[in-house]
Design a protein around this ligand. Sequence first.
Ligand code: ATP
Ligand code: MG
Length: 242
Amino acid sequence: MPEPVLKLERITKRFGGLTVLSSVDLQVDANQIVGLIGPNGAGKSTLFNVVTALYRPEEGIVFLDGKRITGAPPHRICRLGVARTFQLVRTYLTMTARENVMVAAVYGGGAMADAGRACDEALELVGLAASRDLITEHMTLSARRLLEMARALASRPRVILLDEPMAGLNASEIEEMIQVIRRARDERGLSVLWVEHKVDAIMRVCDRVVVLDHGVKISDGTPAETIVNPKVIEAYLGEPSS
Ligand SMILES: Nc1ncnc2c1ncn2[C@@H]1O[C@H](COP(=O)(O)OP(=O)(O)OP(=O)(O)O)[C@@H](O)[C@H]1O
Ligand SMILES: [Mg+2]
């Protein structure tokens, strides 16, 4: 069996007396798109913050391609190949689209010449090549979410963590984002861990879906298995209306 690209073993995270993640195991295999869903406050963003070392877990280990990365600082983890987007878009509003992506490409560890190429390829993949010189504050929310995706791609990751990339988008913008996520996997060979409340999109696109509830993993399986899991229906999905 090949190593999973990303593997989390028994991750526990507490804030004071509050246990936000309880011994969570999770893995993302090569070329997989894995959905991470669950109610508000379930610990999804906290899990991303642990993987990218913004938070240090009380217990547990994160492996990238079989190598332990827990304890490395955030910039090192990015350079090793983990990129992410944020639930609240974090672009530099006064910079152009290309400058935003360039910052991420350089942070990702590329030489300047390579960074320029990585940046243009990332803008092309997300469909923003023609908008490269726009000042970011003049871009729509949808374009800024695509720009965040381009920033993540420009650091040449092995795996990308997407935190609600579709929040606030309309139906056609959601379709566009789905195409971009699929292209990232198919054209770049990336693995994707994707947090989202748009459950329909998750179920259509993901190879596997992991469900968190109050920091506990309650389900891990195919979309078809997930939607009929009684624990998931009770904690998050609700009964299907007939
Ligand atoms: N820095 C922090 N200090 C204290 N508590 C925190 C901190 N960050 C998150 N929490 C708490 O951890 C829990 C999980 O939050 P988290 O943001 O990970 O949830 P989430 O699953 O991403 O929810 P949502 O779907 O609303 O984005 C919440 O109870 C939240 O209040
Ligand atoms: Mg969140």
